[in-house]
Write a protein that binds this ligand. Structure first.
Ligand SMILES: [Zn+2]
Length: 162
């Protein structure tokens, strides 16, 4: 058994279309009902940005909703990367003790907004994303006993945008 054996269950269907007779007439929808799970090139595009590859940085920084969300909060996106979330939002005049946790909550809600477009055909607004972030913060408040005031400071800041 080769280390990549499991990968053989995933086939790539090139944008140019199927090359064999048995593949003609197939779409990503009817192929996905089969036992194998092919991935089309189109599947790797952002659902909102035609022909734009959906990379992690696109989802969390470059796509319009993500970009507007960070911009609304006053977060400097220069050098922003999902590989360095602990650097995001450090310039805001807010307590640094919970900054990383808050940034991860924003990532989480941007991810859920991305999934809402794909699975529920629902486009969320910046305000709705921030509403969910504030709700998450309230639900998680009891877990930040030592930093509750800091947590509340971030929560209050976000609430000003609702
Ligand atoms: Zn996009």
């Amino acid at each position: 058994m080769t280390p990549n054996k499991g990968v053989h269950n995933i086939r790539i269907v090139k944008k140019g279309g199927p090359s064999t007779k048995s593949e003609r007439g197939r779409t990503s929808k009817n192929i996905s009902k089969e036992s194998k799970l092919p991935i089309t090139v189109e599947d790797s595009y952002c659902a909102l940005c035609p022909s734009v590859e959906e990379t992690a940085d696109h989802i969390f920084f470059e796509c319009a909703l993500a970009h507007r969300t960070w911009e609304c909060l006053g977060v400097d996106l220069a050098g922003g990367s999902c590989r360095h979330p602990w650097l995001m939002g450090r310039e805001l005049p807010l307590p640094p003790s919970v900054q990383y946790d808050v940034v991860l909550l924003i990532f989480w809600q941007l991810w859920k907004a991305r999934n809402a477009v794909i699975f529920d055909q629902e486009q969320r607004s910046v305000r709705r994303v921030l509403r969910h972030v504030v709700d998450d913060m309230e639900n998680w408040r009891s877990r930040y006993k030592q930093h509750q005031e800091h947590w509340l400071a971030w929560n209050s800041y976000f609430s000003t945008f609702l």
